[in-house]
Design a protein around this ligand. Structure first.
Ligand SMILES: *Cc1c(COP(=O)(O)O)cnc(C)c1O
Length: 586
């Protein structure tokens, strides 16, 4: 970690160490807002008078509200202590103070970022915060667009929406030329035309958006358009495919559902022996799509997989797509960096990342669209995700409607480009203040995340050194560490049962929280085989059960915290592993 003080002013601290400062700053944000309200329309009459506030009915209702608020507070004390370093379960941890304060300040004002009319400042903050994130992932912030979403799921849907717009637009052009001029239609090649090639073709034949409108599967009847595409191409139209690695997040299945593609349209790209997207496998899938005459709606690579925190070779995927582009096949690349996008804040030479992972992170800016979740490694409160697009063209969802022209002075309203309608400005303000105060570079967020990489390795080494049955899953690309519990030579089915039992006991004990995940052989076969070989086990199961530790908490880097919690964690796990052994023997 380059700056040992980095997390301390920016997080409350597990014992509320920074509480005086936080209380004061929250109070100041509140005071500012109260004063702002008092200062406007100062001649308007007061609607709540001193007499009202002294009336018994008023006081009784306020007492009831107080009681209910007390009840809510008591209920919330039963909530998971996700702020604590002891919580290494899911992708949530202590929120950063700038994010909390930014969220709170915007919450008081409550702007609706659906339009500039409903949010004068909130929408401006959003544009600035998006530019900060865009710069971090390697986009040109002057060209990049994007917006905040409720999370990575919606951001991924937004990316599909944009890729589908481009594909539909290309096919509508090809169909227009086929039906009006008899030009042969090749669904794969025509849908994958580059923007320049499509523009040139349209100009050469004098085709404008209006002519294509009646041949859009999105605007028209998709079943009828399928018949016409089949007719024009001379083969049955089967629709596009999306190529995503076997470890993709469940949100991609939702996207296939929502966009009516059918889950069949989701083609899994095989993983290599270390569980990352295989570029060779990707190439084979693209060729299969070409042979079947099915365009590729998008290729998805993942920076920071949900299960293992692994980083796909985004650079090699981009190289492969560039090579295809040189042949005139232009395929949309989306990077799902919901979890790992903030690792772009690390020093480019961060020694705790592998060279391949550093190269992959540097290549994210070569994609068309990127999903990033500030509510994960940006330490922002929920709900805060974002979609980033490389340029205005990649942000386009429709060329046909432009309702904003009636109010040109407001510019294009955000709602014309968002799946969601009314949207909070809280996530934008949280990200903006974090970017301003902590910064999304190596000295700020990068230092915080570098410390989590180190903490993850420290936890992994301590527990594997102390407990021989703990079998760490390799590789550990980032700050997620997974393990099985297995004796030497134990069959996978037995190890799975034991691992699940260990997780259940950890979950039942108050000391530490870890999560559990299951990998399937269809996606991760090679990875599972290598893992089981490490303890010489028999591969008699199709699934691998793992205990998963997501080490996001910045205070694991604090020497006093580590010195106390690491031995405690190791001792607790050792006791639990021994207890499950006794149970297995009994
Ligand atoms: C978390 C995650 C998502 C979904 O994000 P939400 O914010 O939970 O909707 C998508 N992709 C990946 C890789 C993720 O880790």
């Amino acid at each position: 970690m380059t700056d040992p003080a980095a997390p301390k002013p920016y997080f409350l601290g597990p014992r509320s160490e920074n509480q005086d400062w936080l209380r004061e700053r929250l109070g100041a944000a509140m005071d500012d807002w109260l004063a702002w309200r008092r200062s406007l329309f100062a001649d308007d009459p007061a609607a709540v008078t001193d007499a009202d506030a002294a009336a018994p009915a008023f006081l009784a209702r306020r007492a009831a509200l107080d009681a209910a608020l007390g009840e809510l507070g008591a209920k919330l004390r039963g909530e998971l202590p996700t702020y604590s370093p002891r919580y290494i379960g899911h992708m949530v941890s202590e929120t950063a103070l700038p994010a909390l304060l930014g969220h709170f300040a915007a919450l008081l004002h409550n702007p609706n970022n659906t339009s500039r009319e409903a949010s004068r400042v909130g929408t401006a903050l959003e544009a600035e915060a998006i530019a900060m994130l865009a710069q971090m992932v390697g986009f040109d912030p002057a060209q990049a667009h994007g917006h905040f979403t409720s999370g990575g799921t919606v951001a991924n849907l937004e990316a599909v929406w944009r890729a589908r717009f481009r594909l539909d637009h290309r096919l509508a052009l090809a169909l227009t030329l086929a039906e009006t001029e008899g030009r042969p239609l090749d669904p794969f090649a025509d849908a994958q035309m580059s923007p320049a090639a499509a523009a040139a073709l349209a100009a050469r034949h004098g085709v404008d958006d209006l002519a294509m409108r009646s041949r859009s599967s999105v605007l028209g009847n998709p079943f009828q358009m399928a018949e016409r595409l089949s007719e024009a191409s001379g083969r049955p139209w089967r629709g596009p495919v999306i190529l995503a690695p076997g470890h993709k997040h469940y949100s991609w299945i939702k996207a296939a559902n929502v966009f009516g593609l059918g889950e069949e349209a989701f083609w899994s790209v095989p993983l290599d022996g270390e569980g990352r997207l295989s570029v060779q496998g990707l190439g084979a899938r693209i060729e299969a799509a070409r042979e079947q005459g099915r365009p590729v709606l998008a290729v998805v690579s993942v920076a920071g997989t949900t299960e293992l925190g692994e980083i796909d070779p985004v650079d090699a995927v981009a190289d492969h797509l560039d090579a295809l582009r040189a042949e005139g096949v232009d395929i949309w690349h989306h990077v799902d960096a919901a979890y790992g996008g903030f690792f772009c804040a690390l020093d480019p030479d961060e020694p705790l990342l592998g060279a391949a992972q550093r190269r992959a992170l540097r290549a994210i800016g070569r994609a068309e669209t990127v999903t990033i979740d500030p509510h994960k490694l940006g330490y922002a409160p929920y709900a805060c995700g974002a979609l980033l697009t490389r340029d205005a063209a990649s942000d386009t969802v429709s060329a046909f409607v432009a309702p904003y022209v009636e109010r040109a002075e407001l510019g294009e309203a955000p709602w014309t480009r968002t799946l969601e309608g009314s949207r909070a400005a809280t996530g934008a303000a949280a990200t903006w203040l974090t970017g301003r105060a902590l910064g999304f570079g190596p000295a700020g967020m990068g230092a915080v995340l570098s410390a989590t990489l180190d903490s993850c390795r420290a936890i992994r080494s301590a527990v594997t050194a102390a407990i021989p049955e703990i079998r760490p899953l390799d590789p550990t690309d980032t700050n997620i560490f997974c393990f099985s519990v297995a004796a030497q030579g134990e069959a996978l089915s037995v190890a799975n049962a034991r691992t699940a039992a260990v997780h259940a006991r950890v979950a039942a004990s108050p000391g530490f929280s870890m999560s559990r995940t299951v990998l399937g052989r269809e996606a991760c076969g090679e990875l599972i085989d290598r893992h089981v070989a490490a303890w010489g086990g028999r591969r008699d199961a199709d699934r691998l059960v793992l205990v998963r530790c997501v080490v996001m908490n910045p205070f694991w880097a604090e020497p006093a915290v580590r010195a106390r919690l690491l031995p405690e964690l190791t001792a607790e796990l050792a006791a639990i592993v021994a207890a499950t052994e006794d149970q297995a023997a009994a």
